[in-house]
Design a protein around this ligand. Structure first.
Ligand SMILES: N[C@@H](CCC(=O)N[C@@H](CS)C(=O)NCC(=O)O)C(=O)O
Length: 327
C-alpha cells in the first residue's frame, strides 16, 4: 500500500520540475519507497517460505493418492490416449520463475497433460490451500488432491515414471542440472535486474494475465522491481563474485554470454550434436531450457539468441516442447 501511495505524492511535488529532474527524482523515490517497503516484506516472506521444507510437505501427502497419480503419469506417457481419464494435473507457477520453467519444460516434453496456473506473486491466493509457500507446485486431483512441490523433486519423481531414471545417476547430467539451477539462474537474475528499468520490464509479463487485478500489477512493479534490483545487486552479484564466477569489474552481459557458450561447447552442441542428451534432449537440456524460458519475452532473451550460439539448440527445444504451438 505504502509503495502505491507515495508515488502519488511524488507526482504532485514533481509537477513543477524539469523532465530530467522529475525522472531522476521519480526513480530515486520509487527505489527508496518501493524498495524500503518491499525489503521489509521480502524479509518476512523469506521467513514464511522457510517455515516448511518441500521434503516435509511432500512426505505428508497421502501415499495412496500419490502412487495413483504417478501410475497415471506412467500410463499417460506410454499411452497418451489414456491420459484424458486422469486425475487432472495442475502446475502452479510464475511464468518468470526459472524453477517453474524446469517443471513446465519436463511436462511439455514428455507430453504429460496439465493445466498451468499463473500464481499472482503478491498474495499467492492460488496456492493458499497448500502449506508450502514457494512455486512450482503440482497438484493431482483438484481441491482434495495431493501435492508435489519443488522443481528438482518434481522432475526427479516424474523422471522415474517416464523411463529417465538412469539420467538421475549420470554425473554429467547432474553437473549441468546444477549449473542451470545455480549459475545460470544467478547470471540471468543479475542481468535482468541490473537497472530499475530492466527489473520493471521483468515484471511486465503480468500485464498479460487477466486473472491479476490492475492494482496488484502496479503494486508488484512499484515494490517488486526495486526489491529485485536490490537483491540482484546486493545479494546475488556478491555471491557470484565470491564463487569466482565474476569479477567486480566484469561486464555482466559478456559473462552471461560466456556461461551460455560453455554449455554449447561442453555439451558439444556446436560440433553437430543436437542436444546434450545426443539425438534427444535429456534432463540437463530440459532444465537448462526451462530456466531460459523464465526470461522469454525480456530483451535479454533476444540478446543472447543473437549474440551466442545457443539459437539452433533453443529452436530445436522449442519444437520438441511444443512452444511453437503457442503453449
Ligand atoms: N528449490 C525450489 C526453489 C523455488 C523458489 O525459490 N521459487 C520462488 C519463485 S522463483 C518462490 O516461490 N519464492 C517465494 C515467493 O515468491 O514468495 C525449487 O527448485 O522449486
Amino acid at each position: 500500500m505504502l509503495g502505491v501511495l507515495i508515488p502519488c505524492v511524488q507526482v504532485a511535488v514533481m509537477a513543477r520540475m524539469s523532465l530530467a529532474r522529475k525522472l531522476a527524482l521519480g526513480s530515486l523515490g520509487t527505489t527508496v519507497v518501493g524498495g524500503g517497503a518491499g525489503y521489509v516484506m521480502y524479509k518476512q516472506r523469506l521467513k514464511d517460505n522457510k517455515a516448511l521444507s518441500a521434503e516435509e510437505f511432500n512426505a505428508a501427502q497421502s501415499k495412496e493418492k500419490m502412487s495413483a497419480a504417478l501410475a497415471w503419469v506412467r500410463k499417460a506417457t506410454a499411452d497418451p490416449a489414456s491420459a484424458s481419464s486422469g486425475p487432472g494435473l495442475e502446475l502452479f507457477r510464475y511464468t518468470t520463475c526459472p524453477y517453474c520453467g524446469k517443471a513446465k519444460a519436463f511436462l511439455d516434453y514428455y507430453g504429460i497433460p496439465h493445466e498451468a496456473i499463473e500464481v499472482e506473486p503478491m498474495f499467492k491466493s492460488e496456492i493458499a490451500p497448500s502449506q508450502y509457500k514457494k512455486v512450482p507446485q503440482m497438484r493431482f486431483g483438484g481441491d482434495s488432491g495431493s501435492w508435489l512441490v519443488d522443481s528438482d523433486l518434481i522432475v526427479d519423481t516424474l523422471a522415474e515414471q517416464v523411463g529417465a531414471a538412469s539420467q538421475l545417476r549420470d554425473p554429467d547430467v547432474q553437473k549441468w542440472r546444477s549449473w542451470a539451477r545455480e549459475s545460470l539462474v544467478r547470471h540471468l537474475t543479475i542481468n535482468i535486474n541490473k537497472s530499475l528499468a530492466s527489473a520493471w520490464q521483468g515484471y511486465s509479463y503480468i500485464d498479460a494475465f487477466d486473472t491479476i487485478p490492475l492494482a496488484n500489477k502496479l503494486f508488484l512493479k512499484v515494490v517488486g522491481a526495486p526489491v529485485m534490483y536490490m537483491v540482484a545487486t546486493k545479494i546475488t552479484f556478491p555471491k557470484l563474485v565470491k564463487a569466482g564466477e565474476l569479477k567486480e569489474s566484469d561486464d555482466w552481459r559478456s559473462v552471461l554470454h560466456q556461461q551460455i557458450e560453455r554449455y554449447v561447447a561442453e555439451a558439444k552442441i556446436s560440433s553437430g550434436k543436437p542436444f546434450h542428451g545426443g539425438s534427444k534432449p535429456d534432463l540437463a537440456d530440459l532444465d537448462v531450457y526451462g530456466v531460459f524460458q523464465s526470461v522469454r519475452g525480456h530483451e535479454i532473451y533476444d540478446d543472447f539468441l543473437q549474440n551466442t550460439s545457443i539459437g539452433p539448440w533453443m529452436a530445436r527445444m522449442d519444437k520438441l516442447t511444443g512452444k511453437l504451438d503457442g503453449q
